[in-house]
Design a protein around this ligand. Structure first.
Ligand code: DAH
Length: 377
């Protein structure tokens, strides 16, 4: 239906109403009237009124006369004959009413309020986080990357150990990770390519492993997806949120490629003049590791409450892929090297729309989503 289109009332009917199609009653004098019941559809105006009087009229009506004769019948017959007679009368009444209504509609008398507004159309929109993901993937596509995805349920080997997490890393704790099965890290033998408890992945990094297991380098992929952590829903945490991972592995890739590619991405996504800084950090799966900040999008570097007066906003974690990670997936770390990054498109969307609370994005509040749907970045 088109927005603003006037919604017309009921379709002009055939004149058939409820209870009007009637089966024979088994009483010849009543069944003799059934053809007349059928004929009502074809009557109009005066002929219709004449027939109504002839059947239901108080003085001459055939049915009225039959009803009047009821008390004279023997008691046993009166009951079922009376019931059939009443059904027939109801059918005639319905047929006359339906036909009169149809005739009125056919004359064009409006049966609906034409000033009533049309039905609103549902207009969908892309969710702000999905929109950020799409734009980010599109920029990386133009830089030669493809998109890869992986499962949200992983085991400990995929989520942690293949990525060079030590067995006692705090991220493995129940406080942080949502496990789906019991057991323990004992189930994971050193060097074994899978195993341990099943869990909801805490980051998209295990898909790096899956990509590298597929075949030999080069790899250039971005990996969007949901990740889960044992966190309460508060202004800066969500138990489930989106991430985008990036991975580039080839011969002769160095830190300069990481910095140049990510700077190029930021200049395209934010603006060509956005300042970028890379500072040292730590992740088990990268060496060296870094965190990339961009100039605060609200104050542009002068300092404001949003950037805690620093002038910078943290955008993503990154680093050179740890040789152990390459080896864990059978990639020759002597020959190949690469870099990786992980970022939260939810945070990107919060920066973009100035949202103070991540719950706006992940609680499905249509009032907010509807406002953002109509807004450009
Ligand atoms: N997996 C990290 C996290 O969830 C993010 C990350 C940091 C991913 C550095 C990377 C990386 O690929 O190189 O916090």
């Amino acid at each position: 239906m088109i927005a603003g289109e006037i919604v017309w009332g009921w379709e002009v009917g055939t004149g058939k109403g409820e209870g009007e199609d009637m089966d024979p009653t088994g009483y010849p004098d009543l069944d003799a009237l059934l053809p007349r019941l059928d004929g009502i559809d074809r009557l109009d105006g005066a002929a219709l009124e004449e027939e109504r009087i002839a059947v239901l009229g108080r003085k001459q009506g055939v049915l009225t006369a039959l009803l009047r004769g009821l008390p004279e019948l023997p008691a046993e017959e009166r009951r079922s004959y009376g019931a059939a007679l009443n059904r027939l009368k109801a059918s005639f009444q319905a047929a006359f009413e339906a036909r009169t209504g149809a005739a009125r509609d056919a004359r064009g008398a409006p049966s609906v309020d034409l000033t009533m507004p049309g039905r609103r159309r549902w207009v969908g929109a892309v969710h702000p986080v999905t929109r950020a993901i799409d734009e980010i993937c599109e920029i990386f596509r133009s830089l030669g990357f493809t998109v890869a995805v992986g499962p949200e349920v992983e085991d400990e080997w995929m989520n942690f150990f293949a990525l060079n997490f030590p067995r006692n890393h705090p991220a493995l704790d129940l406080h942080d990770t949502l496990y789906l099965t019991d057991g323990g890290t004992d189930g994971v033998e050193a060097g074994k390519e899978n195993g341990g408890r099943l869990l909801l992945r805490t980051h998209t990094s295990p898909v790096q492993i899956r990509v590298m297991q597929e075949g030999p380098p080069p790899y250039r992929v971005v990996i969007p997806g949901m990740v889960y952590r044992n966190d309460p829903f508060d202004p800066s945490h969500a138990p489930g949120f989106a991430q985008i991972e990036g991975l580039a592995v080839d011969e002769g890739i160095g830190l300069v490629d990481l910095k140049a590619t990510l700077t190029q991405f930021i200049h395209r996504f934010f603006s060509p003049s956005t300042r970028v800084r890379l500072r040292p950090s730590y992740f088990p799966f990268t060496e060296p590791s870094g965190e990339l900040d961009i100039e605060c999008q609200l104050c542009h570097g002068s300092g404001c409450p949003a950037c805690k007066q620093t002038g910078w906003m943290e955008l993503l974690g990154c680093g050179m892929v740890h040789p152990k990670v390459l080896e864990n997936t059978g990639v020759d770390a002597e020959r190949y090297s690469g870099w990786a990054f992980g970022m939260g498109p939810g945070r990107v969307a919060m920066n973009r729309y100035g949202l103070p609370d991540i719950r706006y994005l992940y609680s499905g509040d249509m009032r907010l989503l509807r406002q953002l749907a109509g807004r450009d970045a």
